[in-house]
Each structure stands twice: as C-alpha cells, then as structure tokens.
Design a protein around this ligand. Structure first.
Ligand code: SF4
Length: 344
C-alpha cells in the first residue's frame, strides 16, 4: 500500500492514567461530530460515561462551507450527522469557513474568509475576515503533521470551533467540555496529544470574559477494535463510506488519500475527482510530493466493496436510513480495519 507520505514509526508514549472528567460538572458538552467512526465513538463514550444528555450538543464543521463549494466533503455527511443528532435527540450546530477549504486554497493577495456558525437561537453569525494579513496560497494543504502548512485542519475545523466558542456569550462564566476523537494509534503526532487539558479557548483565569473550557479526548488510548465495539454496542449505522470500503472517513477528497481511495473515487465519482486533478494542473503543484492524483489513482485498485449502490449512498445528499439499527442487524462495515490513510 502506497501512502501519500512516509509515516514515521509510532513511538511508545507513556500516557498518564486515563483522565475521566466529572461530566456532570459541565454546563455544556460539545462533541465535534465529523461523522467518522471516532467522532461517533466520542459521543457514545460520553453517553456511556454518564454525560447528562441535555447538556450534550454536536458540532459539525462543514469543510466546504455553505457558499457552493463541493470540493472536499462527502455529499452525504451533513445528512448523516443530522440523522445521528436526531436519533439521540441532541442539538446539532453547523459551523464553517465561508467558501470552505476551496476558497482558502484559492486565496490570492486576500484575507482569510469569515467564519460562520449556528447558534441555539437559530441565528447564523459570522465573525472575522475583515482584518488580518493579505496572503496568497494557490496550493493544496500540505501533507504534513505541521498544522500551519496542513492548513485544512486548522482553517476548516480547529479555528472554526474556537471562533464559535469565543464569540458566543453563552459560554462566559460557564464550564464547557470540548470533546474530540483523536487517537494515539493513528499517528506519532496524535500519540503525543493529551487526553485531557485546557482547551485553546479556555480563559478560566481571565478577569474579563471568563470561561472555563476543557478539551477531552475520551478515545485517545483506544484501538480501532474498541471504536467499532462501542458503535456495535449502540447499533449505530456507520457513515456509508465505511460500507464502500473506506477505512477512514472525514473529507472524501482528503489530501492523505491512498491510491485505492483515489482510484475508487475516480471510478465512481469522476465529477468529484477531476476538479482536484485540475487544481493540481492550475497550481503547478501536486498534493503528493512527486505524483499527480491521476497517477496515484492509476496505481490503486478500487475497493472491492465499492459499487454503484454503496458509492451511491455516499454520493447522495440524503441519508434516509435508520441510524439505530434493530437488534441483530448491525454488521462490521467493509472498511473496518482497512487503510488508515489520514492525518498524521
Ligand atoms: S480529512 Fe484530510 S483534507 Fe480533510 S481536513 Fe482532515 S486532513 Fe484535511
């Protein structure tokens, strides 16, 4: 299996004993819900650990924004995450960088775009985008563990959630838990993340605009088997891309995509693939250090589980199926324990 990068061996990291925050002590528990298996596991881990359901909210960051770009994400993801929230009777708030990653990638002597987020009052608020340096990217996020050059994670997710916390007064004077699903097993960089720490928006000692925000990674020490086990225990239908053979689900056109993923997308969704290939030509710079996405797709073979039906479910904008399956119906998807072509 060829990867887009040379993964360093994952060092053995000494972890402190698992930290279990007192979930009942938080006013709000925000679970970052990409729709991938780790985010679903985080929600379920909160529930199994006794989090008061009425304090949990799901946040989904639209990597393509809401202004018409459809370059990176799976079409079904929004609907899948909405179905998940509905099944657990939880509020779901979307947030995004205006224009999504595509606009950020196409910056040419321009400022980064504003961030928009939904509020519990049903408003969409926008912040930023009016000051800051003019800059030019005209390239894809770099395949790197460094989040300043791999700008997709920072601009489409991390900064977006931070802006949504910092710009909602409902978090002031309150105690909030922000929950994300990074696991040590995924990469050496993620192995160094802390399981529990103050969130980057924490201002618990602030004299003005004081807010207490902790960051909890409840599945940081889990292996993939534990992830699928909790999903099976709750009989949650996984994101459709797992049934099509994908082992990791976040962006459809992830910069870390393997040849097999690229070849699957090229075969079943050329209309989603070719814009990426065309941008490589336009930028004169490939995502991979030497090969174009077309060359890399040619080196891979589409997943056996990918066919018109399984890929059709991923390419639909509607997830209309039961998300909590009947007893005995849950099956491990074809992509489970497959390639882990994802961020380092
Ligand atoms: S899934 Fe891939 S492309 Fe999308 S934000 Fe994460 S690293 Fe970037």
């Amino acid at each position: 299996m060829e990867l887009a990068f040379d993964p360093a061996p994952i060092p053995v990291v000494e972890h402190p004993p698992e930290i279990q925050p007192d979930l009942s002590s938080y006013d709000a528990i925000v679970v970052a819900a990409s729709g991938g298996k780790d985010s679903v596991s985080c929600l379920l881990a909160c529930i199994e650990n006794g989090a008061p359901l009425e304090r949990i909210e799901l946040w989904h960051h639209d990597v393509d924004g809401r202004e018409g770009s459809a370059l990176f994400d799976w079409p079904v993801t929004r609907s899948y995450v909405s179905a998940l929230a509905k099944a657990f009777d939880l509020p779901l708030y979307f947030s995004w960088k205006q224009g999504g990653l595509e606009r950020e990638m196409l910056r040419e002597n321009a400022r980064t775009a504003p961030i928009s987020f939904q509020t519990p009052e049903g408003e969409i608020r926008s912040v930023g985008g009016v000051s800051g340096k003019l800059g030019t990217r005209l390239q894809f996020p770099q395949v790197s563990a460094d989040l300043t050059t791999r700008f997709c994670s920072a601009y489409a997710k991390i900064d977006v959630s931070s802006a949504a916390i910092c710009n909602q007064d409902r978090f002031l004077g309150k105690k909030t838990l922000f929950v994300t699903g990074e696991r040590a097993q995924e990469s050496s960089a993620r192995a160094r993340y802390k399981t529990f720490e103050p969130h980057r928006t924490d201002r618990r000692d602030g004299t003005r605009r004081n807010r207490h925000v902790d960051h909890w990674r409840p599945i940081h020490g889990w292996d993939e088997r534990q992830v699928w086990e909790i999903i099976e225990r709750h009989r949650v239908a996984p994101h459709p891309a797992y049934d099509a053979g994908f082992g990791r689900v976040s962006c459809m056109n992830c910069i870390f995509a393997s040849p097999a993923q690229l070849s699957t997308i090229l075969k079943f969704a050329p209309h989603k693939f070719m814009p990426i290939a065309n941008y490589e030509k336009q930028f004169g710079k490939t995502i991979h250090r030497t090969l174009t996405v077309l060359e890399r797709a040619a080196k891979g073979t589409p997943y056996e589980a990918a066919n018109e039906y399984t890929m059709g479910r991923c390419l639909s904008e509607h997830f209309d199926e039961p998300i909590i399956l009947e007893p005995g119906q849950w099956r491990l998807p074809a992509g489970a324990f497959g390639e882990n072509a994802g961020p380092t």
